[in-house]
Structure formats: C-alpha cells, structure tokens
Design a protein. Structure first.
Length: 401
C-alpha cells in the first residue's frame, strides 16, 4: 500500500504543489496542503515542493503477511499430444539455479492424458519432484481445467516461485492461475535472478517496444510468477541416472469441468521445420519486396536443412503466415546459424534472434542496425547473393556425396 503524506511541520502553504498536480488532487486548508482521494501518486507535487513537505509512503509487509511458508520452485511442464515440449526443459534449467539460490526443491507440474512416461524425462532434466495429474478429459488442453488443477497443486505445495513458458498455452493458462491465487505475474521474461539482499525474484523483460529492459518484483505476494520465452534459457544436459519423486495428483470431477469443449486439434502444416527447433534459419524482411520472392529463401533453407523465418513487417504484409515470425511479437529462436535477408534490424526483431550462435546479415544498406549484431555482414542485393549461396552449397554437397 502507498499513500502521499503531507508533513505539517514543513508545509508553509505556498501552493506550489497545487499548481504542479495534473489531477487537481491537492487543496489548501488552514494554510496546509491536503491530499484528495483523486490522488494517483504520480509524484509531480513532490518534485515541485521547495520545502520537502510531501513524501510518498509505502507500507512494508511484515513477516508472515502472505509471504511465509513458501519455498522452492515449480515449473509448469507443457506437453502436446503426450510429449513434453522443449521449453519445459529450458525452464528446468533456470529453475534448477533458482532453487539452489533459494535453498528449495525444484518441482514440475505435468498435466495431461497418458503422460506418465514423460515424468522421468523431467527428472532427468533437473526436477526433484513431479506432480503428475492424468485423466482422459485432459487429453486436449483446457485452460479452465488445467488452471483448477494447477491452483490446487500450488496451494498445497506453496512454491515460492512458479515459472511457465510464454507460449500460446502458457499465455492462456498462467494469467488465470495468477488471478485465482491473487498474486503478480510478469510475462515474457528474458532474465530471472534472486535478489540476495531481499530474497525476491528479479524478473527482467523488454518494455516500451523493447527499447528498455524493466526489472519487476513481486515483493508483497507469493508465489512469484513469471513466463519465459522459448529459447531464451538453456536446458541442462539430461542425466538419465538421476532419481526423483513422482507424486500422483488425482483430478477431481469439479476440476475437470469447462465451459468449452475441444472437438479436434489440428497442427499447422509448414513447408519447412518449426523455426523454434531449427538449427539453421533463413529469414526475410521488408527487403523481400513480396511473397513470391520468399521462394529464394525456401531454396536456401532446403539446401542448408533449415527453416524459413520472417520479420514482423513481412508477416503484417501477408507475405508469409504468422508461424514464421521471429521477434518480440513472434517467436524467440536460438539457432546455430541465422541468416537475415533484407531485414533492417529493428529492436523488436533483434530481441527474438540475437542469441543465435552465428548471424549472417545480407542487406543493401550498409548502415542497417542488423550489422551491429551480425557475426558476418554482406552488403549487396540479396536477390543476387542468396541464389549464388544456394548454388554453391548444392554444388559442394554433390561433390561430397
């Protein structure tokens, strides 16, 4: 809780704060400033007061005020068609470090139908315990049913930190859980650290269109919840000999109820492999000039055994589907090789691909921002360079075959 306090001993009734307040939230009574209910705590009046008579106060939660009894880290293990997704292993990697920093255990929540064999994989990737909830009614993802079960696990186990993937499923599920538990949630985090002086989780994410990085704290409520983008964190090497505990959670009938019913789940068919799993990605931007020109990128991606990506401008123009989009509002990728063709390098795109091991930029503009993050840069016409690259790669493969 925060409030604006007027220090009577310092206030002289000069009225400077009244002029500075954009919300008309201050008044003078008996030559002293008083604060109205319309105050938004913007702080404009504090800076204007020459006598330092206005102070923004904040209450500090006492021990036991909703913070005690919570310990450990819980990873929400996402699965599709009974197979745990790789983002879950990445979360276990960062979860392992957070658990060690806080002195707690690392747990995973796995919800679905016939997913028991996947529990051992979660332990191999770092989980100490797996809370396993299975039912034939959980075969298809249901944000309501999954949220009910996950809330019960969290209430019973009281983890200090809960992290999930910033995927379509995670973005649908976790906000429901945060609202039900009356706690905070930071979305699309790129960094998670424990503040050793406070013990709080410092959650870092891009803000204002990616122009700044904001660090957010949830210092008054537990659990501290965050979603993390795919390919931002790195998974630990699996240890198949690692042992852990698998705890069965029996879903209750009322938890399985949902106002919606999934009739069928259909995967989108792509001409190349999924960009989030690809080791090589060839991406195109506004410099591609049109949808028909993406064919040269598909040919290069095929020669390299990789996938095709795109910038937001190319997707917004309707040249390729959204599934190809790399960037802040698309997918975060971390391939061994990223080839950017006709992409200027706006910060929103760089956020999604700058962790690639090697970046090759091809652009006519020698001053394009993409060259600042590129390992190698080629200044020239991509419609001349890319076909020549494809031809050379195919020729060398023929020689070595």
């Amino acid at each position: 809780m925060a409030w604006l306090e007027v220090v009577d001993e310092k206030c002289v009734g000069c009225g400077a704060c009244l002029k500075a307040c954009p919300y008309d939230a201050l008044a003078l009574e008996d030559k002293l400033a008083v604060v109205k209910e319309s105050c938004t705590l913007c702080g404009a009046c504090i800076d204007s007061c020459p006598y330092e008579a206005l102070v923004l106060r904040k209450s500090v939660p006492e021990a036991g005020d909703g913070l005690s009894g919570y310990k450990g880290v819980l990873v929400v293990a996402e699965q599709k068609r009974g197979v745990v997704q790789s983002v879950s292993y990445e979360l276990l990697g960062i979860g392992r470090r957070l658990a060690e920093d806080t002195g707690g255990a690392l747990s995973a929540a796995l919800i679905g139908e016939d997913v028991a064999p996947q529990a051992k994989r979660l332990i191999a990737y770092g989980a100490d315990r797996v809370f396993l909830a299975q039912s034939e009614k959980l075969g298809f993802f249901s944000d309501e049913a999954y949220a009910h079960i996950l809330c019960r696990i969290i209430r019973e186990q009281k983890p200090e930190i809960v992290i999930a993937g910033a995927t379509c499923i995670g973005r649908s599920l976790i906000p429901r859980v945060a609202v039900e538990l009356k706690t905070g949630l930071t979305a699309d985090c790129t960094g998670l650290e424990i503040q050793h002086e406070t013990g709080h989780l410092a959650q870092t994410r891009p803000a204002f269109g990616g122009n700044i990085m904001a660090t957010i704290l949830c210092n008054r409520h537990r659990p501290q919840m965050a979603t993390v983008r795919h390919k931002v964190m790195r998974a630990l090497p699996p240890d198949e000999g690692r042992t852990g505990e698998i705890i069965q959670i029996q879903p209750r009938e009322e938890e399985l109820k949902s106002r919606s019913t999934v009739l069928k789940s259909v995967e989108e068919a792509l001409e190349t492999i999924n960009i989030t799993e690809a080791d090589t990605i060839v991406s195109g931007g506004r410099g591609m000039r049109g949808p028909e020109n993406f064919s040269v990128l598909f040919e290069l991606a095929k020669a390299l055994g990789g996938a095709v990506g795109a910038s937001r401008s190319a997707v917004d123009a309707g040249w390729v589907p959204y599934a190809y989009q790399v960037g802040q509002t698309g997918k975060t990728v971390q391939p061994k090789l990223y080839i950017a063709c006709g992409i200027s390098g706006a910060i929103q795109h760089l956020v999604g691909m700058q962790s690639s091991d090697r970046i090759i930029a091809i652009n006519k503009d020698a001053e394009a921002p993409i060259f600042k993050v590129a390992t190698y840069g080629l200044v020239g016409d991509l419609f001349e360079i890319v076909p020549r690259l494809t031809k050379e790669i195919n020729a060398r493969r023929v020689k070595t075959a």
